[in-house]
Ligand binder design. Structure first.
Ligand code: DC
Length: 242
């Protein structure tokens, strides 16, 4: 009898702008693991529905579309890019339209149910370990992850980071970065993040919450490279780096 090796999965959840995608992407590259950005999947599904003229509030129609397309969704672990069939969705993932569309469809039970196996198979099939970030990774997608991290930062710092991303990166593979948008003010970004925090933590379907066994990691006051090093240290302390 062959015993299946348990995949090594680090689940990182946290609110918008806490640095998850930037930090997880860099950590995974440094330690040679795969990175799965589940926010990119929700953004991609939102875009696919928009492109097809589907009413984003029509849960049945969005679900029917995703049922047809789920098998064609592909995440490139190495370049952190999202495809549907041959279409590369990555350049549009950072737009305000993608973020808004994602926040509508992420509330829908059918979408979450259909994206569950997609997220699981991506992480389980990663050749080494996988860093998976999102809102419900440690609570719903991988409740028995090897390590769960709940990443936070105070509201103002999160807004400053988002502003920097919006200012600096267009067409980035990082879905948190914007492209071709005029840069909003710090105050409006703070309002937007506070609204999204509220939406993410109060929704009925898989609300954002810290898993009981998650390590809390507050990145306020950390530079990007300090946060990367600190997260690698947490993973190493758990004995996951061999
Ligand atoms: O992290 P992000 O901004 O790219 O996420 C886009 C949207 O998707 C946001 O509204 C939260 C939602 N999301 C979710 O509900 N569950 C996840 N695992 C990841 C993202």
């Amino acid at each position: 009898m062959t015993t299946q090796k348990k995949p090594i999965i680090v689940a990182v959840d946290g609110p918008a702008g806490s640095g998850k995608s930037t930090i997880c992407s860099e950590v995974s590259t440094k330690i040679g693991w795969s990175y799965v950005n589940t926010g990119a999947l929700y953004r991609g599904v939102g875009l696919l529905a928009r492109d097809r003229g589907i009413d984003l509030e029509d849960e049945a129609a969005v679900g029917a579309m995703l049922e047809k397309l789920a098998g064609e969704i592909r995440w490139d672990y190495d370049h952190h890019q999202l495809f549907c069939g041959t279409e590369n969705l990555t350049p549009r993932l950072g737009t305000v339209e993608a973020g808004n569309a994602a926040s509508f469809i992420a509330k829908q039970q059918k979408v979450r149910q259909l994206l569950l196996p997609v997220q699981r198979s991506l992480a389980i099939n990663a050749p080494k370990g996988a860093m998976v970030d999102g809102r419900d990774i440690g609570t719903v997608v991988f409740p028995d992850a090897s390590l769960k991290v709940f990443m936070t930062a105070n509201l103002e710092e999160r807004a400053r980071r988002r502003l920097k991303q919006l200012d600096g990166k267009s067409g980035s593979a990082n879905p948190s970065a914007s492209s071709n948008q005029s840069t909003p003010s710090l105050d409006s970004i703070m309002d937007d993040i506070a609204r999204r925090d509220n939406q993410d933590s109060k929704r009925g379907e898989a609300p954002l919450r810290k898993a009981d066994d998650a390590v809390e990691f507050d990145t306020s006051g950390y530079s990007q490279s300090e946060a990367v090093d600190a997260l690698i240290a947490i993973i190493r302390d758990r004995g996951l780096l061999g």
